[in-house]
Write a protein that binds this ligand. Structure first.
Ligand code: FES
Ligand SMILES: [Fe+2]
Length: 473
């Protein structure tokens, strides 16, 4: 369906009494499939969600120097994020007031601290003030004011290393929006995380289908069998369910918050804390190293080689009676970070419990912290097509004092099944997602079924989405 047809569908859908078909319903135990496949629903999301909600448009690492810019696109809207000085970022609608040319594409640097339109060369300061208009006397009878053609600002807030934007003229206060997870994000030092690598992957699926694949941990035995060997045997029928299996997801605690946010907590029974469900070698240390290495090789995020090296440095060292391998490992990680003056979240039980967990920031960002690193996912619709989205993975970490961090560059992935472009673990996740989208179009399904605990973040997200969609204009 083209854009016009989608808008017409939206108009029809939102007019009259039958404005909300049953195929759009969120139910206590499932989600109606129309929410994932209906172009009119996607159009309604643009009208009521994306035009109103605070959304993470950039990381500060993308625009480290004055004059640096990057463009964020959502639906048919485009905004230009510009670093004006060391402390300030401004965000503008990405359009020249003269005849509509987009002022920026991708990312780059505005030379000589001015924004210039490539068409006729009109110019603005980085702060958006009009500086030059060619043949100015020809406009508005020679009375054109600078303010007539100043750049139009978009509301923005910098928080936790993100630039959040809101396309609404009178947006809800950012503080209210972020309040349920503000302290958690601050404590996890998300703002200290800096660019390691970043990939953008076009995925043939609805943006919600894609992100919901990361809202729970109970897909791990089937989707990532290498991470839970014994659990994988049970789910694939190779071992009886009566066998004792220490499924990791049974140790995970899910929480949902106001404003659609949520999190899950890895707790203490995670490989990082010395709990390995499969002994892969003779000793616990080697088994733990082997398990953590699967994350290094399979993801290059959350756990990095430098973290495994710290674990291996404990080889042959005795574990004090009142401690454990996990406890000693965490001590060693923090000792090294201290020596390197590398920022780390405080080692509180709360923060350590989030290693192996996730914070979900409504509507579309997931942060998976671990050992002073974080993998961040961002998912957004790609144009107006409900069957397409862009899935981004940002691997971030903190660096030792004095380390120069490169400007973040987003690599474009062209094939989500290419092992050269996408590492094993995200490739396993991404292989399910287009299949889910295909299945959701089937006449054999009307709604999904949701697990009350394992999938509660999905339900909470949809309820908040409905709050936006039902709001008065
Ligand atoms: S369209 Fe930008 S200067 Fe003419
Ligand atoms: Fe996964």
């Amino acid at each position: 369906m083209n854009e016009l047809a989608q808008r017409t569908a939206l108009k029809n859908a939102s007019g009259g009494g039958s404005s909300w078909p049953p195929s759009w319903n969120t139910m206590p135990h499932g989600i109606s499939v129309g929410r994932y496949i209906d172009p009119a629903f996607a159009a309604l999301e643009y009208e009521k969600l994306w035009s109103k909600v605070w959304q993470a448009a950039a990381r500060l690492d993308e625009i480290p120097q004055a004059g640096d810019y990057t463009v964020y696109n959502i639906g048919d809207q485009s905004v230009l994020l510009v670093r004006t000085n060391a402390d300030t970022v401004k965000v503008y609608h990405n359009v020249c007031p003269h005849r509509g040319t987009a002022l920026g594409e991708g990312s780059g640097t505005f030379e000589n601290s001015r924004i210039m339109c490539p068409f006729h060369g009109w110019r603005w300061s980085l702060e958006g003030q009009t500086q030059f208009i060619l043949e100015r006397q020809e406009f508005r009878g020679g009375e054109l004011r600078d303010s007539d053609v100043a750049l139009k600002e978009v509301h923005s807030v910098v928080f936790a290393g993100f630039v959040f934007i809101n396309l609404d003229r009178n947006p809800q206060p950012f503080d209210e929006f972020i309040a349920p997870i503000r302290t958690m994000m601050e404590n996890l030092a998300v703002g200290e995380m800096r660019h390691y690598w970043w990939k953008a992957i076009p995925v043939p699926a609805n943006w919600k289908v894609a992100q919901e694949a990361f809202f729970e941990a109970f897909h791990v035995p089937a989707t990532h069998p290498q991470l839970e060997v014994r659990g994988a045997k049970v789910v694939s029928g190779l071992a009886p369910e009566t066998d004792f299996v220490d499924f990791t997801h049974r140790n995970v605690v899910y929480e949902v918050f106001d404003k659609g946010h949520g999190r899950f907590i890895g707790g203490k029974k995670t490989p990082m804390q010395g709990h390995v469900s499969d002994m892969r070698a003779d000793t616990l240390l080697e088994s733990m190293a082997a398990r953590l290495s699967l994350l290094v090789v399979g993801m290059d995020a959350q756990v990095l080689q430098k973290d495994v090296d710290v674990l291996l440095s404990l080889r042959g060292k005795p574990i004090p009676e009142d401690s454990s391998l996990g406890g000693e490992y965490i001590k060693a990680l923090y000792k090294q970070a201290g020596e390197q003056q590398r920022p780390m979240p405080a080692p509180t039980p709360e923060n350590l419990g989030m290693w192996g967990g996730e914070v979900f920031l409504f509507p579309n960002v997931m942060i998976l912290p671990q050992a002073g690193n974080a993998m961040i996912y961002r998912v957004r619709p790609d144009g107006l097509d409900p069957d397409k989205c862009v899935f981004e993975i940002m691997s971030t970490t903190t660096y030792p004092a004095g380390h120069k961090v490169e400007r973040a560059v987003v690599e474009q992935v062209t094939d989500l099944q290419d092992p050269e472009q996408v590492l094993l673990i995200p490739r396993q996740d991404l292989s399910n997602i287009p299949r889910m989208q295909k299945g959701l179009h089937s006449r054999g399904i009307r709604q999904t079924w949701l697990a009350v605990e394992q999938e509660k973040i999905i339900l909470n997200m949809h309820r908040e989405l409905d709050r936006y969609l039902h709001a008065e204009a």
